[in-house]
Design a protein around this ligand. Structure first.
Ligand code: PLP
Length: 428
């Protein structure tokens, strides 16, 4: 494949942006080689500036569940842009998207729109602390909640990928009220609550962890968190920035039956534009300014283009779409597992709905330590082999692969074939 124009653009970009990128994992440091520079995207296909085409399993890191540039979403955004780009004032689009969200996730009684998942989790933690008047937040090793200072401790893929155990620029006081437990290790949470229950504002968790590869909750884990939070008067925060509308139409609550007090939404909720939200019980959300004393604001919050893209996307997320998506994901899962088995490569494929990850390790992946045991060198070789064969995987062994409704059985068949050959080369 010719990547000459990509290389030139990347070299120029490196003069103006750190590593030439605007988010670290995009720099390909975990897999080697230069990042591909893209020009357009449609359905499940990405096209780079050299005209190469790829079947995409990044989906802009999750939002593109309908595939890229779905005509209905493009039309909604175009029509809105003709009317207004931003009001900085109320408009009907905010109400329509909020109504759609409560219809799909009835436990979200009230919400506030923000512009990124990071803002959503930061605000949710502030709300939990404000509503309980307690300082501590319990988070899990390997769960990433955006680059919020107080949550950037043991925070999964990006940080883990680059082996940065701590992030420079965060004084210890900023994480002093963050308590850490192992994901799927309920006993550790029980211990923290026994010691610090009266001081704990809440627990924040990715209900289906997606930032150390994909790690589903062990049986009883989320139920246990719910029980402990209720028992100690703390709030349960589900960070569904990645999970929402991806693991099921109604997100993790529909899938697991566990209802949190506060939910963070992102990615799919904005249909590819910078939209996120936090919400939950009405009595809690009434603590948000100007109704209550927890301040949170945003110049572009509720941006009309984002609301239009989000609504057009959610409107298309019908139960039938999830049936089709599940069939495609199953086909991919079965094919990838069969290819690894045929080549005698130890692999664990974890999948929940339309997010999946292949870990190259003989043992089941159920927590951070087992996730970290994946063979990253093998993944790097596989990644580059797949890229050469026109399949764009996330450029890190510890990221989720995202399948969209635009992937066809033919795309999936091609992916499985590219996987089989690339894996064979990688282990040779
Ligand atoms: N929470 C989770 C679970 C995420 O996966 C991410 C981003 O990947 C975030 C929060 C942060 O979202 P954003 O990148 O929009 O700030």
């Amino acid at each position: 494949m010719d990547h000459s124009r990509s290389t030139v653009i990347n070299q120029l970009a490196q003069q103006l942006m750190p590593a030439g990128v605007n988010s670290p994992v995009r720099a390909f440091r975990a897999v080697g080689g230069d990042p591909v520079v893209f020009e357009s995207a449609s359905g499940a296909t990405l096209t780079d500036v050299d005209g190469n085409r790829y079947i995409d399993y990044v989906g802009s890191w999750g939002p593109m569940i309908l595939g890229h540039s779905h005509p209905a979403v493009v039309e909604a955004v175009t029509e809105m842009a003709k009317k207004a780009m931003s009001f900085g004032a109320p408009h009907e689009g905010e109400l329509l998207l909020a109504q759609k969200i409560t219809e799909m996730m009835p436990h979200i009684e009230m919400m506030r729109f923000v512009c990124s998942g990071t803002e959503a989790t930061m605000s949710a933690v502030r709300l939990a602390r404000g509503a309980t008047n307690r300082p501590y937040i319990i988070k899990f090793e390997g769960c990433y909640h955006g680059h919020v200072d107080s949550l950037l401790a043991k925070a999964g893929s990006g940080v883990a990928t680059f082996s940065l155990p701590e992030c420079a620029g965060i004084p210890p006081e900023m994480t002093a009220n963050t308590l850490l437990a192992g994901y799927n290790h309920l006993y550790e949470v029980e211990q923290l609550f026994m010691k610090h229950g009266a001081q704990s504002a809440g627990v924040i968790v990715e209900p289906i962890a997606g930032n150390m590869g994909v790690v589903p909750p062990a049986s009883g884990f989320l139920e246990g968190l719910r029980r402990l939070c209720t028992q100690y008067g703390a709030l349960l925060i589900f960070d569904e920035v990645m999970n929402c509308f991806r693991v099921a139409r109604g997100g993790a609550t529909e899938l697991t039956g566990v209802t949190p007090d506060i939910v963070c939404l992102g990615k799919i909720v904005g249909g590819g534009l910078p939209v996120a939200a936090y919400g939950g019980r009405r009595d809690l959300m009434q603590n948000i300014a100007p109704l209550g004393a927890v301040y949170q604001a945003g110049t572009l919050s509720g941006n009309p283009l984002g609301m239009a893209a989000g609504l057009a996307t959610l409107n298309l997320l019908t139960p039938e779409l999830y049936i089709q998506l599940e069939a495609n994901c199953q086909m991919l899962e079965v094919g990838l597992k069969a290819a690894a088995a045929e080549l005698n490569v130890p692999m664990q494929l974890n999948r929940v709905g339309a997010m999946l990850c292949c870990f190259f390790t003989p043992n089941p992946v159920t927590d951070t330590d087992s996730a970290m045991s994946t063979n990253r060198e093998l993944f790097a070789k596989l990644f580059n082999g797949m890229l050469d064969r026109g399949v764009y995987l996330p450029p890190s062994a510890l990221e989720s692969w995202f399948v969209s409704a635009a992937h066809t059985p033919d795309d999936i068949q091609k992916t499985i074939e590219a996987f089989r050959i690339s894996l064979q080369e990688a282990v040779a």
